[in-house]
Design a protein around this ligand. Structure first.
Ligand SMILES: NC(=O)c1ccc[n+]([C@@H]2O[C@H](COP(=O)([O-])OP(=O)(O)OC[C@H]3O[C@@H](n4cnc5c(N)ncnc54)[C@H](OP(=O)(O)O)[C@@H]3O)[C@@H](O)[C@H]2O)c1
Length: 312
């Protein structure tokens, strides 16, 4: 086992997208293991838009303290255990840190089941937070029904790509909004979306009006800003907005313009925000269904894997 623990330490609250000043790569001593804890060798870190919020201040959880390795979802191998729950060699998932090793309470971990030949990265890209968020946002919050028109922004991202496919499985007409021609081609060519709009090159509001003359029944909102408002302007009467994320504003300093509420008022729409942590009881069903749809060839996922803890 190594004698040092390499880690990305959060040293300052980030300003805008200046992560070079906020995060420093440090050699730390190996973590001490307390009773009830296990020492984990990190195999995968999940890099998520929410990480930016955790660096900045309290959100739905306390801010990451300064001077400690940045927090994040991990998958790793148990290398030492002071808990009867886990043994050396077990593969576990949990909330750890951006470091080679971390010592975590066994109670907060879950054992990764046999992946049936899938790469281990699928435990994050399909079955973890991405799949759970897409499942809950599309079905519990968006309540999509067969024959409805479903629009998702951030559509080529990990949550959006799964949300659109789940809506398609449930019989909706699905439109994805993404930021390049290649991403749009992937959505319609590989994932079976009915239409894709490139927000960098097209007028989203006008294109949606052409594609969905009856309006948008369910909008899975991942980005906010101009894209969000272009969709909200096209909502159908009684439409639903599943407010999952607002990634376009996470690096902003100070107040930012919100979603335009006039169409919500005029069309009698419902906007419901949600945080996956409040729906953890739905993760079992989500994983079971996602696995089933994967086996039936109804769903695809893409894991964007970068090799190595220090890549810059
Ligand atoms: N509510 C919850 O519990 C929960 C849980 C997980 C994630 N989320 C939220 O879900 C959203 C998607 O997360 P993810 O894990 O799928 O992230 P992701 O894989 O990084 O995808 C996010 C996508 O957003 C697009 N994007 C970035 N900046 C944008 C901008 N200014 N305008 C329009 N699009 C922009 C990018 O695609 P393009 O290149 O196409 O622009 C990017 O691929 C985020 O807002 C995240 O915070 C919420």
């Amino acid at each position: 086992m190594a004698e040092i623990n390499r880690a990305w330490v959060l040293e300052k609250r980030p300003v805008g997208d200046d992560f070079d000043s906020a995060l420093k790569f440090r050699d730390l001593p190996m973590p001490e293991l307390a009773d009830g804890q296990v020492l984990i060798r990190t195999l995968y870190l999940s890099l998520d838009p929410a990480n930016r919020g955790w660096m900045a201040g309290p959100t739905y959880m306390p801010a990451v303290p300064l001077g400690v390795p940045m927090w994040g979802g991990i998958v790793g191998r148990v290398v030492q255990s002071k808990s009867p729950k886990y043994s050396q060699g077990d593969i576990v998932g949990g909330f750890g840190s951006w470091s080679d090793y971390c010592a975590l309470p066994a109670d907060g971990l879950n054992k990764i089941p046999d992946m049936g030949g899938l790469p281990l990265a699928a435990s994050q890209a399909l079955f973890g937070g991405a799949g759970g968020t897409a499942y809950v946002g599309t079905l519990d919050i968006g309540q999509v029904k067969a024959g409805q028109t479903f629009v998702v922004s951030g559509a080529a991202g990990s949550v959006g790509s799964l949300a659109g496919q789940i809506a398609k499985i449930h019989g909706a007409k699905v439109i994805g909004i993404a930021g390049s021609a290649d991403k749009c081609a992937w959505l319609t060519g590989d994932l079976g979306f009915d239409h894709a709009i490139n927000y960098q090159a097209e007028n989203v509001r006008e294109r949606l009006a052409e594609i969905c003359p009856g309006g948008v029944d369910v909008y899975f909102e991942n980005v906010g800003g101009k894209v969000g408002n272009a969709v909200v302007a096209n909502m159908a009467k009684g439409g639903r907005v599943a407010l999952c994320g607002l990634v376009s504003q996470y690096n902003a300093e100070g107040a930012v313009p919100g979603l335009d509420m006039l169409p919500v008022l005029l069309k009698g729409c419902t906007v419901q925000g949600f945080i996956l942590l409040d729906y953890l009881h739905r993760l079992g069903e989500a994983s079971q269904k996602l696995g089933q749809w994967l086996g039936e060839g109804k769903i695809k996922f893409h894991a964007d894997v970068t090799d190595g803890l220090k890549t810059r």
